[in-house]
Design a protein around this ligand. Structure first.
Ligand code: GLA
Ligand code: ZN
Length: 726
């Protein structure tokens, strides 16, 4: 992944500019004790690298890099442009970003720049170029770290410069205003433009924005940030051929990481699951699987995680004993080849004073330090794992523009970004099935099961490739709302699902969202009110519920539900439902290649849907295409996933694992992660545990929140003999 690194990167962000000489000396010594192999430098150092405009001071950085190099520590060198210095805001206030309400944001925090500002851009380029010239060939510099968490605080700037840049972007996108007017649907509400100058960013407005304008704005904003990153990369390339990265933020929705990935040599990610969340290990797995999917399975780098607590939540739980090592190894299980933290030494001043660091305020006597040293050892022992690949036969498709489109649309749904994609991933993770998260343009042919939730935008090309995959034997599950609008927010007509209709054999005729609450409670409970509510109290509001019931028609699915302990056949969805119709043929009865798997049964808020198909299966060449016309709940997802996995001959990494134990595999390495509070016993484990360097001869014990990484030498019998007991 990083050619100059022979062992996994381990270390973190370090800001020597915050410390005196004695502390710096001590730090370099402590890094040795902790097994640190890589340090990120200069991320927020602009004010020290260019103390006054165009006067650069790199000598202090050169001395730090040399000292790290002498200590055998590689450097992830930042371009330093994430936070411009005070002189810039003061001399050029127009470089400060403007929010949707027209408020110019002030100096004193970070990331306070307008991405379109020519002044910011020129200054950033000047700094990066000089850094690359000076350090680009330094033997310690293993990686370039461009910017930092692009878009984290200001993903959109609404200033006049950005408005101009937006217009230029639109001129390139559309051949003329006539086309723009057509695509944006400006015949609506008298929005027709007669000159480009009239077009504005979607600033605060009297009421609903134009959805197409809003979606184009989101595209522009993310491309604008991407162009910044690319500009810095080009500046680096003038002097240095070392790999470049920028740190992503997991499932952050404002940037289309699938596009960004194309310009990066190394994918890196920042990960902050909440230790107070019992599903935190899933969050870690989910974002890791996203990262791995961005470059078709290539190993990636964990750029940041907290050694213990963060400071930015309302309540900040520390990591539990063992959890720091456990979650670090879990990232490697999901394809990371290096583990870095935010940050090396805990700050004693500033807004991150109470964010944990590898060297805590209390120093070496702390539990955190002890775990940092232990994790350093463990990570180095995992060096053989580097480069080995994670093989998944199941994929969940993730699409950023679809999320933007869903958000830009006024209705029909409003759930959190990637909620359904994440939910399906969670189901597979809980079931122990290795899963890739892949963009819409990924190669679908290697998967036996492909799950496509909430693909709001209709992509004919993607639908075609999914159909080919199904025809060749893959099983595809599509869940609504999908194929609702085209890339310009124009509604799909003739039945939603658009080009996916051919694949799943059905089309959506109506959306039937549940409202979840009674809008105006009648006073029927108060008998004195009967007369005044004579009309309205007799009116039923069947959608006023947070769930609707499904009745299972398919016998195999019924058996799956029984196996997982559901009082069969209890299936439910949440607040999203659709009415569907066969795509070919007039009635369900006459459509022979469609099986109805489940129907809405009228329970909960689904009275008006009663009897209508909720889940269908379409025979498609060698494979099948399932359609789910609602947001099925966790239990239903689990039953569907295990059934379709069985049809697809996809098995969990290990069967019959005790509760709380996750198994993952990279090449011959079997990762066993005990997330639970109990010691567990596993059988059928044969090989060498790299973590404790012991031979496993079948029967092993795993302490609470502990890990094993077993070099199985490709032991084939493992899966079938594995048994777990609690
Ligand atoms: C982000 C930033 C870091 C730091 C951490 C704190 O990930 O990149 O600089 O602020 O958050 O959790
Ligand atoms: Zn701006």
């Amino acid at each position: 992944m990083i050619p100059t690194l022979r062992t996994p990167a381990y270390g973190g962000d370090w800001s020597p500019e915050q410390w005196d000489e004695a502390t710096i000396d001590q730090d370099i010594h402590l890094m040795g004790e902790a097994g640190v192999t890589m340090i990120s430098l200069g991320i927020f150092s602009w004010a020290f690298l260019e103390p006054t405009e165009k006067h650069y001071d790199f000598d202090w950085l050169a001395s730090i890099i040399d000292r790290l190099h002498a200590a055998g520590i590689a450097v992830d060198l930042a371009s330093g442009t994430a936070s411009p210095p005070a002189w810039m805001a003061h001399t050029y206030p127009q470089t400060l970003p403007v929010d949707k309400h027209g408020v110019r944001l002030g100096f004193g925090s970070r990331q306070q720049y307008c991405p379109s500002s020519p002044i910011y851009r020129a200054a950033a380029r000047g700094l990066v170029q000089r850094l690359a010239q000076r350090f680009g060939g330094h033997p310690a510099v293993a990686l370039w770290h461009i910017g930092n968490e692009y878009g984290c605080h200001t993903a959109q700037c609404y200033c006049d410069i950005c408005a101009d840049a937006f217009r230029v972007w639109l001129r390139n996108r559309y051949s003329n205003l006539t086309e723009l007017n057509e695509v944006w649907g400006t015949a609506f509400w008298s929005q027709r433009y007669t000159a480009y100058e009239q077009i504005m960013p979607p600033r605060e407005m009297p009421t609903f924005h134009n959805p197409a304008q809003d979606l184009d704005w989101k595209r522009f904003c993310q491309e604008n940030l991407l162009s910044l990153m690319r500009m810095e990369k080009e500046a680096i390339r003038e002097y240095s051929d070392r790999p470049v990265t920028t740190n992503f933020m997991g499932d952050f929705s404002s940037l289309d990481y699938a596009q960004w990935a194309k310009y990066l040599d190394v994918i890196s990610d920042d990960s902050y699951p909440d230790p107070a969340d019992p599903a935190a290990a899933h969050t870690a797995a989910w974002t890791a699987d996203i990262m791995r999917g961005l470059k078709a399975g290539k190993p990636w780098l964990l750029m940041e995680q907290a050694p213990s607590a963060v400071q930015w939540r309302e309540r900040n739980s520390p990591k539990r004993p063992g959890q720091f090592t456990l979650w670090s190894v879990a990232k490697m299980a999901h394809g990371a080849d290096g583990i870095l933290q935010f940050q090396w030494r805990q700050s004693v001043r500033g807004s991150e004073t109470f964010h944990s660091g590898m060297v805590p305020h209390s120093g070496k006597k702390s539990r955190t330090w002890h775990e940092v040293v232990r994790t350093g050892e463990v990570i180095q022992r995992l060096a053989p794992v580097m480069g080995s690949s994670y093989e998944a036969q199941v994929a969940v498709v993730m699409d950023w523009p679809s999320q933007w489109a869903k958000e830009s649309a006024i209705g029909p749904v409003s759930d959190a970004p990637f909620e359904r994609t994440r939910a399906w991933h969670r189901t597979l993770w809980e079931a122990g099935i290795a899963t890739d998260v892949i963009p819409v343009d990924a190669d679908f042919r290697k998967y036996r099961l492909i799950i496509v939730p909430e693909l709001f935008i209709d992509y004919p090309d993607c639908a075609q490739r999914l159909r080919e995959a199904a025809q060749q034997g893959a099983h595809v599950i599509v869940e609504g709302p999908s194929g609702v609008v085209d890339e310009h927010m124009k509604a799909v007509t003739g039945g939603y699902l658009g080009s996916l209709r051919e694949l799943v054999g059905v089309a959506v005729s109506d959306h039937a969202a549940l409202t979840g609450e009674v809008i105006s409670p009648s006073s029927a409970s108060d008998s004195r009110g009967d007369a005044v509510n004579r009309l309205s109290r007799a009116v039923g509001v069947p959608s006023a519920c947070t769930w609707a019931g499904l009745s299972v028609v398919s016998e195999p699915l019924r058996r799956c539900l029984e196996r997982i302990g559901s009082p069969a056949p209890d299936m439910r969805c949440g607040m999203w439902a659709e009415e569907i119709m066969p795509y070919r043929g007039d009635t369900w009865q006459k459509t022979t290649d469609i099986d109805i798997i489940a129907v809405f049964d009228g329970r909960g808020g689904g009275a008006d849907l009663s009897g209508m198909p909720a889940i269908t299966r379409h025979l498609c060449g060698q494979g099948t295409a399932w359609y789910i016309a609602c947001d099925v709940d966790a239990l239903s997802r689990y039953a569907i996933a295990t059934l379709v996995c069985a049809y697809a001959r996809v098995r969990p990494v290990m069967a019959d694992l005790p509760d709380g134990v996750e198994a993952q595999r990279r090449g011959p390495y079997l990762f066993l992660l005990n997330h639970s509070d109990k010691s567990v016993e596993l059988r059928g484990i044969i090989g060498t545990d790299l973590v404790d360097q012991q031979e496993c001869r079948g029967h092993v014990m795993l302490a609470p929140r502990s890990v094993m990484v077993v070099d199985t030498g490709g032991h084939a019998a493992l899966e079938s003999t594995a048994k777990g007991k609690q």
